[in-house]
Design a binder for this molecule. Sequence first.
Ligand code: GLC
Length: 747
Amino acid sequence: MKKIISLAAVLLIVFVVQAQQPLYKNAKATIEDRINDLLKRMTPLEKAGQLNQLNGGIFTGPAANDPGQLAKIEMVKEGKVGSFLNVTGANETRALQKVAVEQSRLGIPLLFAFDVIHGYKTIFPIPLAEACSWDITQIEKDAAIAAKESAAAGLHWTFAPMCDISNDPRWGRVMEGAGEDPFYGSIVAAARVRGLQGNLNDADHIMACVKHFAAYGAVQAGREYNTVDVSRVALWNKYLPPYYAAVKAGAATVMNAFNVFDGVPASGNKYLVHDILEKKWAFKGFVVSDWNSFDEMITHGYAANRKDAAYKALIAGSMMDMESKVVVDYLPELVKEGKISMQMVDDDVRRVLYYKFKLGLFDDPYKFSDATREKATEFTQANRNEARKAADASIVLLKNDHNVLPIDAASNPSIALIGYFAKSKADLFDFWIANGKAEDAISVLEGMKERFVHSNISYSDGYLPDGHTNNQLIEEAVANANNAAVVVVNIGLSGKLAGEDRSLANPVIPEGQVALLKALHATGKPIIAVVSAGRPLVLTAIQPYVHAIVYSWILGTETGHAVADVLSGDYNPSGKTVMSFPYAVGQIPVYYDHYNTGRPLPDSGDQNWKSRYRDIPNAPLYPFGFGLSYTHFNYNHLSLSNNTIAKGSPLQVTVQLTNTGQKAGYEVAQLYIRQMTASIVQPIKALKAFKRVYLQPGEVKTLQFTLTDKDFSFYDGEGNVHIEPGAFKVFVGGNSHDVLEKDFTLK
Ligand code: GLC
């Protein structure tokens, strides 16, 4: 009897508590009901708070008494902050979440965001390098590992994937994207969103952020934060596809770009944010500004003052304000004046709250902030193994004369390893090192010593950190080279010169390194250049002095292992560049999917009065999609299922691929098309399919591609899709230049 009374008492207490508990705190209610209940309870200022994101930093320890930090904590208590960026770690996020949940009036949890661009603790190759692997499965896996490490460190949200198409290596941020091609960039963007988010229903995935919307990669002259002035035809056909793919993959958030489009800053650009993103694409997540970009509309000359900036951002459809505070300062006033409707504010706040409920933060605010799990999840051997695989596949072999590579470790050759970057771990990383540690990385020197364990490896700097050299450095390097069987020279640019605010007017190999190579070449030894940089550099100057070029980009934690894997032949290089390598700086921008012009330069014959330079070729040094292997692949028997197809019918394309060399390896077979005549001129080639296949020596594979109407369509300047009948070409090959071709007609 007593038990029944006590059970009844417990049930009664639960019922009473639940009855008193506000609906938004009831885990059994639907998310929509909980949001509606919460919105009713929020003041205009608290709603503005959900659209306010502040920069964090360390809130405990010595910073705890920092007046600036204390002011931010007060704002949290007043319900004026919805999210922080740059607060990381289970303990740090827990401490700040506690303030929001237990010391603010409504206890709305915070979202913690951080730039996890290519790894959190285990640092993967930069996205541009990773894209050169064409291994979509690996790319998704890398993102999932980054998400898992981030989520274990209290994070809910990363500002990735960066989806900006760019064909200008003067721009430092090409390192963050997937290169110059919109089709491939779309596939990579969607894979990164899938890897980061999963279904957002566990504590191992985090919200993605599609950035920077839109066309930031088109900054004029590659100069950071510069004007963007591209046509709407270019916007729809070249720049928008990757953002669209990422949004359709379910990305939770989108970030405004810093630049203008059509003369209007992206943060206040109704055409971009409202007409395209929210109406045409039916995006249901929320939009966050880039750092202070709402306020910067004043500097752009678009907003008159901070209140005007808040107004113009919000009415354009932008929502959360990163760091400028114009929204939290002026939204209540704008609503009171009737300039901004409460309905619109509620719609924006609803989207932010949706993800806080979806992530389970109202029911377990500390779900992501578990120090034990953090320790068990970070920087595991399994994660580093995946980073090594990603790095192996990211490396692009550009030149290998006389097959000087791979180096046969079994013969224990003496190796002169020259180049400051081969030993410097700090230079292996770009600005987006997240919470990775340079000292945790494997340097090229360490990787080579580990792999060529019985070789005599003599190291010398060869040049100074800034790329300059001097006679002493050159003499030391030459002496090493003379005593070695093979010379490996790690040149290029530091990772510190990759990323935001790293535009270079001269993306070239530093003169000092060219001088070093010239001196080393004079020794008559085989010279292998390993070039590390966060962008394609102009390599023309080093061509005469090197027998091989291995482009290692910026590979992160497993750099040394991956370089040794490739130089030793343990991994047969399979990377294909996703950005064209310019022949000269003056050739920039050079890209494969260009228009024909009215006077294309013929390969031979009369070249007068044609589109050309008088001092350099039109072609890049290395084209989009190019990369060598230690084996050779041969394409033949290209055939089409029909030479004429009706709209709505698929076209089957078949090609035979043979590994005619002595080593097994991956090949990325690429399929391009060209529409010969259309109402808007079409590029001379456009990537529409690819297959990454592994073939044993001598193995033959028949590859099948299926093309559909989607592949034959293009956009006009208003985003309308066009499929027009006419003559087409299909090209298939191992890069965008060396291809087989066939014609067909679309009825
Ligand atoms: C930076 C970048 C953006 C980044 C944000 C937060 O300025 O433009 O990509 O996510 O600020 O760090």
